[in-house]
Design a protein around this ligand. Structure first.
Ligand code: EPU
Length: 420
């Protein structure tokens, strides 16, 4: 049976209680793996989550010359020579982050030919920001064989303005700029913690980058990068999902290694909902829902605003809050398909354009639902944990792409969840 044929069976209605630690960040680990292509030296990555997307990304890196070994949460990668600048289309199309080979190969080999990347079906996901950046650095970008070819005789630093602070766009252009001649400034860069971590890793490899984690990133190109031993940051989206599951079930959940400053927006909303939140400066976030949760309004926007990837599990939690909640989705134009799955569980939830209106609190009851993408999957798991009776979640291959050890961690918190 392939992972996507498996399902989760959740017997819900019990408050989650206890402490978990989350894995390394899925997205940051994917960027780190792509960054290993920028040097001929060996690179060791630690705290890499054991999820399907990492295996897929390792395949993409191997296809252009990387030797990659994965042992538990440690990944070793070495790319002495770039053996191909054209990763196979079928591999690239399996995940969105694969498109980072464009920037990495452009930086290291000055050319790449890459199919359009895959990824969740959550809206139109343009790539123009990536190409604006590559062109500004002196590359030609053309369409070829249904994909994109980038080529540059020389890469020269430039001042680049992004129309939109695209996360992968920022990382892709950063990859090319660290090995360009001269100074690059990216204005309206994505400040997400995962992007900032990618920049930290590049600095550990000898790159000269500053301003990462803010909208203006400065890069002074260097001729080559060297190897490093680097630890991936904890996954704030996984942490947020467990905290929301704790709140939705009226429980008391601590995510021991969550980084509070990565989750300011979620912490603020949980408090507004009436949950108690302790965030210790040494790390770790605890949420306790002692009384009834109250409705709130949420705007899913780029960081440090409320994360679009936490919108679906937040909506699931808000089915348990008294009053009318609204989640405005401002990042994606097709993120709300999960709403129909929550309705099957008894949620009173409708869409209005890209906004979602939720009337709570609803007594959810278990039924058969689907995980439509990673975060839509998180939404039905959170709702299933809050629902009375048995919920079967199909298509959990999506959850396997993003949540390592989901059932083990939820079981440790007292959930009744099994994989079949
Ligand atoms: N956009 C543009 N022009 C561009 C690129 C993006 O207008 O050239 C706009 C689009 O409206 C798009 C929005 O920006 O809908 C967000 O796109 P962005 O490029 O920032 O997203 P991404 O880099 O493709 C990453 C994560 C997503 C996460 C988003 C936003 C990876 C592999 N993916 O995607 O994560 O939702 O940033 O934070 O890092 C997930 O983990 O489940 C996931 C989908």
């Amino acid at each position: 049976m392939s992972p996507s044929d498996s399902c989760y069976v959740i017997v819900g209605g019990r408050p989650l209680r206890g402490t978990v630690a989350v894995s390394g960040s899925k997205n940051a680990a994917l960027y780190a793996l792509a960054a290993t292509l920028l040097t001929a030296d060996p690179v060791t990555l630690r705290n890499v989550p054991r999820i399907a997307d990492i295996d897929e990304m390792a395949e993409v890196c191997r296809s252009v010359g990387a030797r990659v070994t994965i042992e538990g949460e440690t990944v070793r990668a070495e790319t002495p020579v770039i053996t191909s600048t054209a990763p196979p289309a079928d591999q690239v199309m399996r995940l969105r982050a694969s498109f980072l080979v464009m920037g990495a190969l452009l930086g290291r080999a000055h050319e790449a030919l890459c199919a359009p990347p895959g990824g969740d079906v959550i809206g139109s996901r343009p790539l123009d920001v990536h190409f604006v950046g590559f062109r500004a650095l002196g590359a030609d970008v053309t369409r070829e064989d249904g994909g994109y070819r980038v080529r540059a005789a020389r890469l020269r630093g430039a001042r680049i303005f992004f129309d939109y602070p695209s996360v992968l766009g920022t990382v892709n252009v950063l990859f090319a700029a660290v090995l360009a001649e001269g100074h690059t400034t990216i204005v309206n860069a994505a400040p997400e913690p995962e992007v900032a971590m990618a920049a930290e890793m590049l600095i550990a490899m000898g790159a000269r980058v500053s301003g990462h984690g803010t909208p203006t990133v400065e890069i002074e190109g260097v001729p080559t990068l060297h190897g490093t031993d680097f630890t991936v940051i904890p996954d704030r989206l996984e942490a947020g999902t467990y905290l929301l599951a704790g709140a939705a079930t009226g429980g008391d959940v601590c995510v021991a290694n969550a980084v509070p400053r990565h989750l300011d927006s979620l912490i603020a909303k949980l408090r507004e909902m009436g949950a108690e939140v302790d965030d210790s400066p040494e790390g770790g976030i605890r949420v306790a829902a002692r009384g009834a949760l109250q409705a709130v309004q949420v705007q899913a926007v780029p960081y440090p605003g409320f994360a679009t990837d936490l919108h679906p599990p937040m909506a699931a939690a808000l089915t348990q809050a008294i009053g009318v909640s609204i989640v405005h989705e401002r990042v994606y134009d097709n993120r709300t398909l999960y709403v129909n799955e929550l309705r099957k569980l008894g949620a009173r939830i409708v869409t209005a354009g890209e906004s979602v209106i939720i009337e709570g609190a609803s007594a959810l009851s278990g039924t058969s639902v689907r995980a439509l993408d990673i975060r839509a999957g998180a939404a039905v798991v959170v709702a299933g944990l809050a629902a009375q009776g048995e919920t079967t979640v199909h298509d959990i291959g999506h959850l396997d792409r993003g949540y390592a050890g989901l059932e083990e961690r939820l079981t440790a918190l007292g959930a009744q969840i099994t994989r079949r």
